[in-house]
Design a protein around this ligand. Structure first.
Ligand code: ZN
Length: 247
């Protein structure tokens, strides 16, 4: 099976379209979406509708999705994120709000090899930024490959002798990760719509369960167009600027 892995699209339609042009959904068996379809970006409805229209897709919610659709107040958000999520809540159609409310919380087992979560398998809001949280996440994982998002940074960890180790990531370019050995893996393929690892290009992944290879991919997109839409919508300027800086 081949899976296209998308996380943290954040209402960035141009980035999503560039990813789907590079790796069309028809070229894989299923698309996996790891949450944060909306928030920050200018196209929450178009992005929601694009994901809803995919024929073979597994989707879980992210922290921005649950706040934008009214399931939780934005008490963990900084003022920029709060401004954007309030704008998003007002912009969402009733249909798309209902769709976001229906999304399950991770973790979600996809098959015998893979599960997906937004932050970690034990808490969707926790950020895996180092080996400590990675170890806690790997302890709770129920599949050999746990795919996560939320940090917007490409990263890979594996358990060796019971301890989580960095196994790659923070890549500035494409890379292939071979899931060797019997150990459990924790992999973040990066953010489609708001990368924060110094590379502005849309980040995503393709997992091949036959070869046990995760391809970590980057594609350029029309970032100036997204930024112009954000400015026209009155979204905070720092959120537009960060897109071209990739942080
Ligand atoms: Zn996010």
């Amino acid at each position: 099976m081949r899976y296209l892995v998308l996380s943290d699209i954040h209402a960035n339609l141009e980035a999503l379209q560039a990813v789907l042009a590079d790796t069309p959904p028809a070229s894989v068996d299923r698309v996996l979406v790891l949450g944060d379809l909306v928030g920050y970006g200018p196209d929450p409805n178009a992005v929601s509708e694009c994901i809803r229209a995919l024929p073979q897709v597994s989707v879980i919610r992210g922290n921005h999705d649950k706040v934008a659709c009214g399931l939780e107040p934005p008490f963990r958000f900084n003022h920029l994120a709060r401004h954007a999520v309030e704008w998003t809540a007002a912009a969402l159609t009733a249909d798309n709000r209902t769709y976001l409310r229906s999304l399950p919380m991770g973790p979600l087992a996809v098959d015998d090899l893979i599960e997906i979560c937004h932050g970690t398998p034990f808490n969707e809001d926790v950020y895996v930024v180092d080996y400590r949280e990675a170890g806690r996440a790997l302890e709770r994982a129920t599949r050999p490959l746990c795919l996560f998002g939320h940090t917007h940074v490409v990263a890979a960890f594996r358990l060796q002798d019971g301890v989580a180790q960095h196994a790659g990531g923070r890549t500035m370019g494409p890379a292939e990760l071979a899931l060797t050995g019997e150990s459990a893996w924790l992999v973040n393929c990066g953010s489609v719509g708001q990368p924060r690892d110094g590379d502005w290009r849309a980040a995503f992944g393709v997992v091949d369960t036959d070869t046990r290879v995760v391809s970590l991919k980057r594609v350029p997109y029309a970032v100036a167009e997204t930024q112009a839409k954000m400015r026209a919508a009155g979204l905070p300027e720092p959120l537009a600027e960060r897109l071209s800086a990739g942080h």
